[in-house]
Design a protein around this ligand. Structure first.
Ligand SMILES: *Cc1c(COP(=O)(O)O)cnc(C)c1O
Length: 471
């Protein structure tokens, strides 16, 4: 299996190379050269099997010969062994044919763990085989940084540096990054916004001498390894509800379009997906795009679901590429227009194809609060604001009552205690196994949003840079 860029001007890579590269050199995203299909009998055979085993079956066709199957199986067992629920991603029924897929039982209480725990181990494995080191730098508005720190801490070949906006993330989110004691974990509290953090990471990637010196690598949501790992739970949830003998619909709280795009990957592989509903908060670029065909960026508004407060949804480019008949020249032109004027129009044929599988809608802050309140009242079930966005949208959707609707729950309510308490009066409280988190010592360095200062810190943290200098 090999991977090509949506912009058409990068060399083909295998799975491992695509995972380590992240973004393609031509600015595009990697997609598989062709879509592997799983037969209905293979999918039916997933019923009742442990999550880690299904993960191997779903991921294997994308990995090809790049990693031995026995290694893949061991890595999957270790990755999903860190979860606090034996089913890893359990389904909870809320109403007739309405289900919540709980993706928050990992070590940092957010769905990012499902991909990050797996990808970190895959990276460490291949780097060990190659005798190479890398430095992972990640900008975070909250969940990604914690998931990356937790997944990479203590790994032999990788140093991880997380950049977060000083004073602008929740306590729980910060503790998850700053309390691990492993020597390869480094946190920078940047005096600036999340956009500053992201711009700094981008600038480091574009500073090629620095990038090579520290062997910079990334694990943001465009990383192909993360996407494939996220396709797995679409299979486990659908099979538990009767697939492949029955179609299943999903509603996904969406920011960068990575999670819902993984549902598209599952459908391309043969899972009978009835509908993928894209749920956004008031930062609704995707809801507007599916409604009008115009992809147009606007200013970001801060909401109670910060992991979905985005201006552009990077992974949308992958769907665009597919629905434009894999025409890289067309994608290049559209992306050029986005850079120049902040907008482009989805070609009408592509829009028609998208609408055949996807719907989209948004939920505003009042709807989110009402949703949190309603489920607490009706079922004593606490949901976080991201999940509430998705549930609110799923309930607005006109749906076939015979088709099960699975709403993805992407964060534990305890990760956003203030918003949950404000909406329903109940403090969700940390799970017992995390109750000592607030008492642990924190380690972080406050730095200005200055590229030279940040680079100096990253180089000091990077074993790759130190060993390179010693040679
Ligand atoms: C990252 C995140 C999302 C958005 O996922 P995308 O793949 O970026 O669309 C939704 N909810 C939570 C809690 C997240 O951390």
């Amino acid at each position: 299996m090999h991977y090509i860029s949506t912009r058409g001007a990068s060399a083909r890579l295998d799975f491992v190379e695509a995972m380590l590269a992240g973004l393609a050199r031509d600015g595009g995203l990697y997609v598989p050269y062709s879509w592997p299909r799983l037969s209905p009998s293979t999918i039916a055979g997933f019923a009742g099997r442990p999550y880690a085993e299904v993960a191997v079956e779903v991921v294997k066709p994308f990995v090809g010969n790049a990693i031995a199957e026995a290694d893949l199986a061991r890595i999957a067992r270790e990755a999903y062994g860190t979860f606090r629920h034996p089913a890893v991603a359990p389904l909870v029924q809320l109403d007739a044919n309405l289900f919540v897929l709980e993706l928050f039982h990992g070590p940092t209480l957010a769905f990012k763990d499902l991909a990050m725990q797996f990808v970190a181990r895959l990276m460490d494995h291949v780097l060990t085989q190659r005798g190479e080191r890398t430095t992972i730098v990640v900008a975070t508005s909250g969940d990604t940084g914690g998931a990356a720190v937790e997944a990479f801490r203590g790994r032999a070949q990788v140093d991880v540096v997380a950049l977060y906006p000083h004073g602008r993330i929740s306590d729980v989110q910060r503790w998850m990054m700053t309390t691990p004691t492993d020597a390869n974990v480094h946190c920078i509290a940047v005096e600036g916004t999340f956009d500053d953090c992201q711009a700094l990471v981008k600038a480091m990637f574009n500073h090629h001498a620095f990038r090579d010196r520290v062997r910079l690598s990334g694990v943001n949501s465009i990383n192909w390894g993360r996407i494939v790992a996220q396709a797995v739970y679409y299979f486990t949830a659908a099979v538990a509800l009767g697939a492949p003998h029955r179609k299943i619909a999903f509603t996904v709280p969406t920011g960068n379009f990575g999670d819902v795009y993984a549902g598209y990957v599952a459908s391309k592989m043969g899972l009978p997906v009835d509908r993928l509903v894209v749920a956004t908060n008031v930062n609704d670029i995707l809801a507007r795009t599916f409604a009008t065909g115009d992809y147009e960026t606007r200013k970001v508004v801060a909401t109670s679901s910060p992991s979905m407060d985005i201006q552009v949804s990077s992974n949308f480019e992958r769907l665009l590429y597919e629905t434009c008949g894999r025409d890289a020249a067309k994608v290049n032109a559209l992306m050029g227009s986005l850079t120049q004027s902040g907008r482009f129009s989805v070609p009408s044929e592509a829009l028609k194809e998208m609408r055949a599988l996807f719907s989209a809608d948004r939920a505003d802050e009042q709807e989110v609060d009402a949703e949190i309140r309603a489920w607490m009242k009706e079922a004593s079930y606490a949901i976080d604001p991201h999940t509430a966005v998705a549930l609110a949208v799923a309930e607005k959707e006109t749906r076939d009552p015979k088709v099960p609707m699975v709403v993805l729950s992407t964060a534990h309510p305890a990760k956003f205690p203030d918003a949950v308490k404000a909406a329903c009066g109940v403090d969700p409280g940390l799970p017992d196994w995390l109750s000592d988190l607030p008492k642990k010592a924190e380690r972080f360095t406050v730095l200005p949003a200055d590229q030279a200062k940040i680079e100096e810190f990253v180089a000091g943290a990077s074993r790759a840079a130190r060993e390179g200098a010693a040679v």
